[in-house]
Design a protein around this ligand. Structure first.
Ligand code: ATP
Length: 472
């Protein structure tokens, strides 16, 4: 499976389209089509249920635009930048670290292990932009576009999108599109704790759009300029961060397994370099068609975030115990996952092309999305075998009944085999065929996407059967 297979399926079947495609597209932005939006919603729903249907976590939906001081306190104005380098011939612009990483990969593919190892060792020890520059020039890393090795120096490029609030465009009115959802949670810490009567350990969860002016966008939904995040900050008494970090790294790992993702496509990656405030950090990575890439980060962040907001806002962000009068600034364990990056992981994981034997002995390729039934955009499809003899009416009755609980499709066109294939390709787990016997004895054929087995069941038992089988 290649990235092109995923892109082509996405467009052909209406999962994802390029943003503003008729105008040539807008780099790093994508639109979710009729099936894509269902899959994305199901993923967000699975996360929301796992994270907030429990006594110690509550939800929040903070605004995208926030007071500009928030981003000074969080460190984003100062530090949320990537090292950028331009090739003098092609004028192509790269993230210096990515350029080096891709060179290492290319060298490994060419079996030039010694040089790849040497560059990798240097990359691990990078401290400054000059270090990046030195690696690129000393190892004569070529521009993938022009092949030349004439480079500008490495500069910092801030990833936040800036805009202006109100009618006057001057620097005093500058605001940013949030580059992460987490800060909306930190600034509301007291509001939520007091109004929801929470007490550490407790968490606040949020799903929402974030924006980063990434230097290079590529690999489809993996690195985009507008994307959706699902973040949870868990506020805890200082001294308990070790156990809570362990707890959350396990919970989050298990969540990916609960989505039906093949564990061989997942791995844990502890951070080699920790941010100065971090006590521990680990990524969960997925094996995308282009290689391993982060899908979620679990971070033990001490009291850095609340501490900084106390300092910048002058407001106390502490928990005070009503009985013991003990007061402290809670520590934080953060779980931060991309909804759209998870979407891509789920799609890649489910994608399969397989050879199947037909009844007449011939074989053909079956494209099938092996999505977990609870994530599939369409849960069941109903087919009347023929468009006469009262079958469409009987099928429509089942359709109307089931659509009260599930997203269902109704398809009357083509041979049943072709209708099955269409549903397989978009991951519909159940197909229900209504035939002559249905009108006589109330039974239908229920066909399973993965095993392709068919069974005869009572039409009025179907809702319960589906409900049981889609449980995670
Ligand atoms: P990366 O190193 O890949 O840029 P990050 O470490 O900066 O990611 P975080 O700031 O920890 O990412 O964000 C948490 C999650 O948000 C990531 O694990 C990822 O799933 C998602 N995410 C971050 N940046 C993007 C992006 N540009 N496009 C899509 N998803 C993103």
């Amino acid at each position: 499976m290649t990235l092109d297979d995923i892109l082509s399926l996405s467009k052909r079947k209406g999962f994802v389209f390029q943003s503003s495609e008729i105008y040539g597209g807008l780099n790093g932005c994508w639109d979710f089509g009729p099936l894509g939006i269902e899959l994305l919603r199901n993923i967000k729903d699975a996360w929301w249920k796992a994270m907030t249907y429990r006594p110690d976590i509550v939800g929040l939906d903070a605004s995208i635009l926030m007071h500009p001081r928030v981003w000074e306190a969080s460190g984003h104005v100062q530090q949320f930048s990537d090292p950028m380098i331009d090739n003098k011939t092609s004028k192509a612009r790269y993230r210096a670290d990515n350029l080096i990483e891709e060179r290492i990969l290319a060298l490994r593919n060419k079996k030039k292990t010694a040089e790849a190892d040497a560059i990798e060792a240097r990359l691990a020890a990078v401290q400054t932009n000059e270090d990046y520059y030195n690696i690129i020039t000393e190892f004569a890393i070529p521009d993938p576009v022009s092949g030349t090795t004439e480079w500008t120096e490495v500069r910092n490029f801030n990833l936040m999108f800036k805009t202006f609030m109100g009618p006057v465009e001057d620097s005093g009115n500058a605001v940013y599109l949030r580059p992460e959802t987490a800060q909306g949670i930190f600034v509301n810490f007291k509001n939520v704790m007091d109004s929801a009567r929470m007490k550490p350990p407790f968490g606040i969860a949020q799903i929402g759009k974030s924006f980063r002016n990434e230097i290079n966008t590529k690999n489809f939904l993996f690195r985009t300029r507008e994307f959706e995040q699902m973040e949870m900050q868990f506020f805890i008494p200082p001294g308990t961060e070790g156990e809570w970090f362990e707890y959350w790294r396990q919970q989050r790992w298990d969540w990916f397994l609960s989505l039906g993702i093949n564990p061989e496509n997942l791995r844990r990656k502890p951070h080699d370099k920790l941010a100065h405030y971090a006590a521990a950090a680990e990524d969960i990575e997925f094996l995308y068609p282009f290689g391993w890439g982060e899908v979620e980060g679990i971070h033990s962040r001490t009291d850095f975030d609340l501490g900084r907001h106390q300092e910048f806002s002058g407001k106390k962000l502490e928990y005070v115990d009503t009985v013991s009068r003990e007061r402290y600034t809670p520590y934080v364990i953060e779980t931060a996952v991309g909804a759209t990056r998870t979407f891509m992981a789920v799609l890649c994981d489910a994608y399969a092309e397989e050879h199947v034997q037909n009844d007449d002995g011939t074989s053909e390729v079956r494209n099938v999305l092996r999505l977990h039934p609870s994530l599939a955009p369409v849960t069941a499809a109903i087919f009347p075998l023929v468009n006469k003899d009262g079958l469409p009416e009987a099928a429509m009755k089942i359709y109307t009944e089931l659509q009260r609980s599930f997203r269902v499709d109704y398809d009357t066109s083509g041979a049943i085999g072709r209708r099955y294939r269409r549903q397989d390709e978009v991951g519909t787990p159940f197909c229900i065929t209504v035939d002559g016997d249905t009108t006589a004895d109330g039974t239908v054929t229920l066909r399973d996407r993965d095993t392709m087995q068919q069974e005869r069941v009572q039409a009025d038992a179907i809702e319960e059967i589906i409900r049981r089988r889609i449980k995670r």
